[in-house]
Design a protein. Sequence first.
Length: 419
Amino acid sequence: MKKVTVSAGAIRGAVEIPSSKSYGHRLLIESLASGYPVTVKGNLKGDDIDATIGCLEAVGAHTERTRNYVKVIPPVALRETPVVFANESGSTLRFLMSVLPAIGVEATFTGAGELPARPVGALLDCLGEAGVTADRRALPFTLRGSFVCAPRFRLKYLKSSQDVSGLLMAMPLIGGASLEVEGALPSEGYVAVTLETLGAFGVKYEVKDGIYRPLTGYGDPGEVEAEGDWSSAAFIAAAGVLAGETETKGLKYPSLQPDSAIVELLKEAGADIEFVNGALVARKSDLHAVEFDADGCPDLVPIMSVALAAAQGVSVIRGVDRLRYKESDRIASVIGMLKAFGIRAEYADNALIIRGGKLRSGGVAYGAGDHRIAMSAAVAATAASDGGDTDIIGAECVSKSYSDFYEDLVKLGGKVYER
């Protein structure tokens, strides 16, 4: 495992954020589903995006990739029973579980890391009722069969909105299809992102009484664009609030991305943060404790836990139970990461309780194989009040979503050393 040492110190400057992988996954897979050559504009990078592109190529698509776009050219012929390797990307897996059967591909799905442990039972049950069955209930498995005529999909006991998004991408290819979601829809904002990206392909949906019905099929957009990534921007913004001043460029605001909530969450905690001339500017601030529900933006919990660790008072982040099924058990890994900086946090009744104070360096923080934990630890190390060094073990996992994170931290004046 890679170890980096991060020294505490002031930071200042501007960085250009990579494109959103939430948009990137959707637009790339929708390009395959459309059947047209489509150029997806943006700086699309990271292990998860690589996984999606690799899966498209596994089924027979051709891709052309530069720093500024990925072009997806549909298959001349679909490959027979391809192996699609989703690596550690839950979005890649769940989206393609619905889309590949809809385009007529019977595929074997594989993954790495914690992905085989992440729950897909609700989606497998839904697909099975509509005619597509799996030979196993956990990775690796093969999906076989085709959807029945005019299927009425029903999703029950939902753990992830990704199940909904995958079906929304698939249904325009299936005549007469509809989708009913029973019970609460977690992370509903990501479904709004899916409907927005589908709109770029001319796909329109009717949503009535909790039932989704496609009104149009896929068109030929020629090119689409993935906006800047708020999930990555949250780390740079928090670093500015805790340790100096940062300017994050390449973002759209307001945005449908749920993690754009970082602006209001940090403001609520007392941060000096604003969107000015197309950039997010965050300045060092004295923070106070807050309470909020993270159900709609679970990926913000690690970095908000660092911000609130440096705040005065006891903060409560509710709606965290689903964090157990991420790249790590994020409840445990957040508590362990904060402990490395001298901050006490605990779990109770679907909530994290963080007892704020002064972040202290000198310890060892573990990335836990989780990009958001490793990046949060680096921000905490930069903001440590005693000016010392912190070792981060397993630091390489940031490549999952933000491969230039440490380089960008150095651009801002951060002190990062690889050991």
